[in-house]
Design a protein. Structure first.
Length: 424
């Protein structure tokens, strides 16, 4: 209870209003609120009030002005709520940019049309570089030489990958072993609450391959989509990305260090279409490399996962050499989304682009177009996010930094309110 002597943190009041506005937008956009573990009555109030988009935007504009008026942290903050000056500044910048993204999303829900780059800048505080067909064709030429034989390159690549599908009956066991390995490596360097844990479910009918639904209380639900064949590399990728040291660890550290230790209520809600997502997806993807270096991953796959899946362990290096080349085509997915959203190609054209330049099979290309339909420019958060995170952490830790130093900088980023534009 507040008394006459208790200092009031003006940022706290702004943060509470921000959370309630995010919940209000969620009444109009089913994908918007990715996680919420704040006061249950706030969600109930949002459901009951169901503010119109126009009213939400008016309240958001007023909140932006009030946030501008908060120019300094409280002189005598309560223990755990204030923090040092740099963190306080980052917090204010974070709330300012998150509010801007909220208003951009509201304008889109009201019918405003943005180009791919305009949208990604407004929502995610970043714009992905443009790449040409010639850049992708140079990589495809190398793959042509690497995968000789009959049929198109896509057909040859698909045949090659068929030897690395995890048998359905072995998917869960392989995934759980991958999770255990990623968790062991994470726990050796990052202190997590003893209560943390997650459960895994297998689902179908989704536009994504995996999803972490953070529940609060240091717990997550991770869902894995089994609509399409699951290749062996996805075991480590999903275990790290969705679990350790990816989304699960990211959300756990935010809850522990910012919500519980500092009282920053704004982190009890995660609006998906916001700058926070580039940090979340970028760290989740780069976290794979932090947990296992390429050499460590090859060894672990050869000794553990390939045998567990019943696959030929002698082909591990061959498989990952090909995947390293294919990874250089990742921005082709951005180009398909950019052209599709900007209207220079239609839905069929986007699928065809993905088949030709990203080497997606027709079913996978169709699934990816569904993802673009649902999440639009969100696609940049995976590859651009990873590249920005890698560059930032390399500068922070220094080239050739020890493993403990790399992990320390990675955990520090996961626990901070830094924005994508603050990574440069």
């Amino acid at each position: 209870m507040l008394t006459a002597q208790t200092p009031v943190d003006p940022m706290r009041r702004v943060a509470e209003r921000y959370v309630k506005l995010v919940l209000a937008v969620g009444q109009h956009d089913a994908d918007y609120v990715d996680a919420f573990y704040g006061p249950a009555e706030w969600r109930k109030a949002a459901e009951a009030e169901k503010l119109t988009l126009a009213v939400i935007d008016q309240q958001a504009e007023a909140l932006e002005k009030d946030l501008l008026a908060v120019t300094a942290q409280p002189a005598s903050p309560k223990p755990g709520e204030g923090g040092d000056a740099e963190l306080w500044t980052l917090r204010r910048q974070y709330l300012t940019r998150q509010m801007s993204a909220l208003r951009a999303r509201v304008s889109m829900l009201q019918g405003k049309r943005l180009t791919f780059d305009e949208e990604s800048r407004a929502l995610y505080d970043a714009v992905a570089p443009t790449q040409t067909e010639a850049e992708f064709e140079a990589v495809l030429k190398q793959l042509e030489a690497r995968l000789p034989g009959d049929g198109t390159l896509l057909e040859r690549y698909d045949r090659f990958k068929q030897a690395f599908v995890i048998p359905t009956a072995k998917v869960d066991r392989v995934f759980r072993e991958a999770i255990r390995a990623c968790r062991d490596r994470t726990m050796a360097h990052v202190e997590l609450p003893v209560e943390e844990r997650f459960t895994v479910e297998y689902v179908t009918g989704k536009s994504w391959s995996g999803y972490n639904w953070y529940q609060g209380g240091y717990k997550s639900l991770i869902q894995v989509n089994t609509d399409l064949p699951i290749y062996i590399d996805r075991a480590i990728d999903l275990a790290c990305h969705e679990g350790y040291p990816g989304h699960h660890v990211y959300n756990v550290l935010l809850e522990k260090n910012l919500v519980r230790d500092r009282g920053w209520i704004e982190y009890t809600v995660y609006p998906l279409f916001s700058p926070q997502s580039l940090i979340a997806e970028g760290t989740a993807n780069y976290g794979i490399e932090v947990a296992l270096s390429p050499a460590e991953r090859i060894t672990f796959e050869k000794d553990v996962l390939f045998p567990l899946a019943g696959l030929d362990a002698k082909r591990v290096q061959e498989y990952y050499d090909v995947l390293a080349l294919v990874d250089r085509l990742s921005y082709a997915g951005n180009e398909a989304a950019r052209r599709y959203i900007d209207g220079t190609i239609d839905r069929a054209g986007a699928a065809a682009w993905l088949e030709k330049y990203a080497l997606y099979t027709a079913p996978r290309a169709e699934q990816r177009v569904k993802f673009i339909d649902q999440y639009r420019s969100y696609v940049i958060n995976y590859n651009l996010g990873k590249d920005l995170i890698r560059a930032y952490l390399t500068r922070q830790a220094g080239r050739g930094a020890s493993l403990p130093k790399q992990w320390a900088e990675f955990a520090a980023l996961l626990s901070s309110p830094r924005l994508p534009s603050g990574l440069k």
